[in-house]
Design a protein around this ligand. Structure first.
Ligand code: NAD
Length: 322
């Protein structure tokens, strides 16, 4: 049977120019060639081949509604947000963007019968009352940043829309995401990306987190695969409608530097903590993601040595070809 353009399942990504949005867009085009993909953001430097781009402020609900109607959208990945560090610089706007943006998406998804929505939470939804090690799926959650408060509230709104309206909304609590194609968006785990750029550029790095600050992390390829696998999973296998714990590894700046030194023998790291240390101190060190592994088969592929090798190889190749 010939599938015409309008009969194809249309996927919308909001925040498509960011660290995660740009990679999820590329992966969807690569893995599901039959899908029609519409990318939305405040701006774009480039849209992946095969996708359409629409300029959108997710706070402009009528423009979002027009896009959903015009393209007959059936699936949304909502990734537009202000992250932890930028959120603390502008708390009231962070709350507005992160909450109103999500509520616009959830409300319009119900109204226009969008089949499925993905929205990410974060380890920032945890707080000092959460156990630091082996954080279970449903621990005490007392976030201290406006970003974390918006993520915890967003999780509850997602569950509410599922229970009240039957909206198939799915979510992951991403740890720090480490990628080489796109820069990070202003979070507390950004050091774990910057360190690779500086290691190759000048052979040294000053960490804004202390040597022994252990945080959960994940390589971008695992984060994208987790997202697409969750969205593909049979609805009967999704037992968590707030947000799933997912992780791949946990390390400290010192441990990361030691593995980088196995590749770049002269690499040096020193430590000058700043305001981001206070945020990191309220986050857990190690996450237990057994529920995601049992429910829909989550399994990470990249550990710390594999992550370091991928980052250095890909960034070195990019540097030599530019
Ligand atoms: N990157 C991480 O380490 C990490 C960790 C945990 C959770 N998350 C979550 O994943 C999602 C994506 O994060 P990211 O790292 O890609 O962030 P990012 O900052 O790199 O990208 C966000 C994108 O949203 C766009 N945007 C901002 N305001 C907008 C608006 N009003 N309308 C439309 N677009 C707007 C930005 O232009 C940007 O391209 C966020 O919800 C974030 O909280 C990310």
């Amino acid at each position: 049977m010939n599938i015409t353009q309008t009969e194809r399942p249309v996927t919308l990504i909001i925040g498509s120019s960011g660290q995660l949005g740009s990679e999820i867009a590329a992966a969807i085009l690569n893995e599901y060639p039959g899908k029609t993909l519409v990318c939305c953001d405040l701006h774009t430097d480039s849209t992946p081949d095969g996708a359409e781009f629409e300029t959108l402020d997710v706070l402009d609900k009528s423009s979002l509604e027009a896009i959903i109607k015009r393209h007959q959208v059936r699936e949304i990945y909502h990734l537009a947000a202000l992250l932890s560090v930028k959120g603390e610089q502008n708390p009231l706007f962070a709350w507005r963007l992160n909450m109103e943006g999500l509520l616009n998406v959830l409300d319009l998804a119900v109204r226009h019968k969008v089949g499925r929505v993905f929205w990410p939470s974060s380890i920032a939804a945890f707080g000092p009352g959460t156990p630091r090690d082996w954080v279970p799926q449903l621990p005490v959650m007392d976030p201290r940043t406006v970003y974390g408060i918006s993520k915890l509230s967003g999780e509850l709104w997602c569950q509410y829309y599922f229970q009240r309206y039957g909206l198939d909304v799915r979510s992951l609590r991403y740890p720090g995401i480490i990628s080489w194609r796109t820069p990070p968006g202003g979070g507390t785990t950004d050091y774990a990306v910057e360190i690779f750029h500086e290691a190759l550029r000048c052979g040294s790095y000053t960490s804004f987190l202390q040597a022994h600050t252990r945080l959960p992390m994940m390589y971008i390829d695992d984060a994208v695969r987790a997202t697409l696998e969750l969205m593909q999973a049979d609805a009967a296998r999704i037992s968590v409608r707030t947000s799933y714990n997912v992780t791949a590894m946990s390390f400290t700046p010192m441990e990361l530097a030691e593995v980088i030194k196995l590749h770049l023998y002269d690499f040096r790291i020193d430590y000058r903590e700043d305001f981001r240390q206070v945020i990191a101190d309220t986050w857990p060190a190690v996450i237990d993601d057994q529920v995601a592994r049992t429910d829909w088969g989550w399994n990470h592929h990249y550990d710390l040595p594999a992550l370091v090798s991928e980052m250095l190889t890909n960034l070195a190749t990019t540097r030599s070809s530019s």
